[in-house]
Ligand binder design. Structure first.
Ligand SMILES: Cc1cc2nc3c(=O)[nH]c(=O)nc-3n(C[C@H](O)[C@H](O)[C@H](O)COP(=O)(O)OP(=O)(O)OC[C@H]3O[C@@H](n4cnc5c(N)ncnc54)[C@H](O)[C@@H]3O)c2cc1C
Length: 422
């Protein structure tokens, strides 16, 4: 069977592996120059670094198993880095029950309410009530307005902008419930996992066409599917698209009812400015700093080298300044010098000593359709893996609900969809 898979991110690569193991002749079509998709890296001082900050959690069983199966288990290391929040120009640790109880911006009663609400989400299963309630309404009610407004509501607002009041509690529940304090990282970069997968599937006969953009999928003669790409056409018996639903719908023949139902889901783009610096920026070796002040031009400052030693990058301190933005937002399209000009004064609010002489190098990365907006109606708008076009399948991050997108869920979904093709 000739199987064409669109996209060589985590989902596409694992689908290629599973289908090759079943004897399919697989071709992967990928518009970029290397595997890994949103989790792909670039080289900093000879070591891969993700374009967007990445780590995994102890609950991420599918990716932990895959890393081990690929013989990279010895590279997966676990860290307990510090997470903190910036509230009105002050920085407070907020990553454990104890730190919640000591969280200065709110009263002791509100700290107890914050702790109880988070514990409730951690200890309960997702349910119909969570699915029809918004995160904001639930937090305001059960955590109390003062506690919710100190951190969580501004973070929802920072991440989802005007969509924030519509975000489902089920999405927020999954973020709290699925995540561990311990964070896993593949020393040398997650790119090592994707490079190894590429090696394995190529050895099994999978062809990977890089720098090739899928442009159309149509039905041909004798039940064959024709995939038009920027480099010509390919014929297949089955096609699996791992591209976002909106992009996949543009490739398929017009399916009015399917388009109406599934194209309406909103999504945001992701942007990261990465700085390589000569010294540490965040105080107290903080790895992850949530910014709750919406006047700041970025949502999170992530000092990667406060988790992974800077020695891995010849001593460079690596800092991500991350944002989720509408895809048409100027930052998604500005050049890195302009963005740096905008971000540097904000960075000086975090560390007044920093100036441009600290910065050795910088990079800017933007990705469209990087964060689905999970509202209470989202569940009914998850497209099925089988599309109305026979033998065309869909497997993407819009289908891992209620979990937030993540490599683990991409890999688990790839296993499910691979089984559906038999
Ligand atoms: C800012 C950010 C932070 C994240 N942090 C984490 C984290 O800490 N831990 C974690 O586990 N996950 C994290 N994720 C999520 C994780 O990266 C994704 O869930 C996962 O990589 C999705 O894999 P995928 O293969 O489904 O999709 P993608 O990685 O999006 O792969 C799709 C592929 O299709 C290609 N493509 C697109 N259009 C075309 C076309 N027309 N023709 C051919 N190819 C095309 C793309 O280039 C891409 O390679 C993060 C994501 C973002 C954006």
């Amino acid at each position: 069977m000739e199987t064409v898979i669109l996209g060589a991110g985590a989902t596409g690569l694992v689908l290629a592996l599973r289908r090759s193991l079943r004897g399919d002749h697989v071709t992967l079509i990928e518009k970029e120059t290397l595997p890994g998709g949103l989790a792909a890296g670039f080289e900093v001082e000879g070591t891969w670094l993700e374009k967007f900050y990445h780590h995994i959690f102890t609950s991420d069983k599918a990716i932990i198993q895959l890393i081990s199966d690929l013989g990279l288990g010895d590279k997966l290391e676990w860290f307990s880095p510090v997470t903190a929040s910036m509230v009105k120009d002050s920085i407070y640790r907020l990553d454990s029950a104890l730190s919640v109880l000591q969280f200065p911006p709110i009263s002791i009663i509100n700290r107890l309410r914050m702790g109880a609400a988070i514990a409730a989400l951690k200890l309960t299963a997702n349910n119909a009530y969570y699915e029809k309630t918004t995160a904001e309404a639930w937090l305001n009610r059960w955590m109390g307005r003062a506690a919710a407004d100190s951190v969580w509501n501004p973070l929802l607002r920072g991440k989802f902008g005007d969509y924030a009041p519509e975000v489902s509690l089920a999405w927020f529940w999954a973020r709290v419930h699925d995540r561990s304090a311990k964070l896993g990282y593949v020393r040398g970069g997650f790119q090592l996992v994707y490079n190894r997968l590429e090696q394995v599937i190529q050895a099994m006969g999978t062809k990977i066409e890089y720098q090739t953009t899928a442009q159309k999928i149509r039905e041909g003669k004798n039940k064959k599917l024709i995939i038009e790409t920027s480099k010509g056409t390919i014929t297949a018996d089955k096609v699996i698209s791992t591209l976002s639903t909106a992009i996949t719908l543009q490739l398929l023949p017009t399916l009015p009812a399917f388009h109406r139902k599934y194209a309406a889901v909103n999504a945001l783009g992701a942007h990261c400015l990465i700085l390589a610096l000569q010294q540490k920026v965040l105080p107290n070796s903080i790895y992850w700093l949530n910014i709750t002040d919406t006047s700041m031009p970025f949502l999170a400052a992530v000092e990667h080298t406060n988790m992974v030693p800077a020695n891995d990058y010849k001593g460079s301190v690596l800092l991500y300044l991350g944002n989720y933005l509408p895809m048409e937002h100027p930052i998604m399209h500005m050049d890195k010098e302009e963005i740096l000009k905008l971000y540097l004064p904000a960075l000086q609010r975090i560390n007044p000593a920093i100036d441009s002489s600290w910065i050795r190098q910088s990079w800017s990365f933007a990705a469209p359709f990087a964060q689905p907006v999970v509202t209470c109606s989202f569940k009914n708008q998850i497209p099925p893996h089988k599309t109305p076009i026979k033998n065309v399948f869909l497997a993407n991050m819009f289908q891992v609900y209620p979990h937030d997108r993540g490599q683990n869920y991409a890999i688990a979904m790839a296993d499910t969809v691979a089984n559906m093709l038999d």
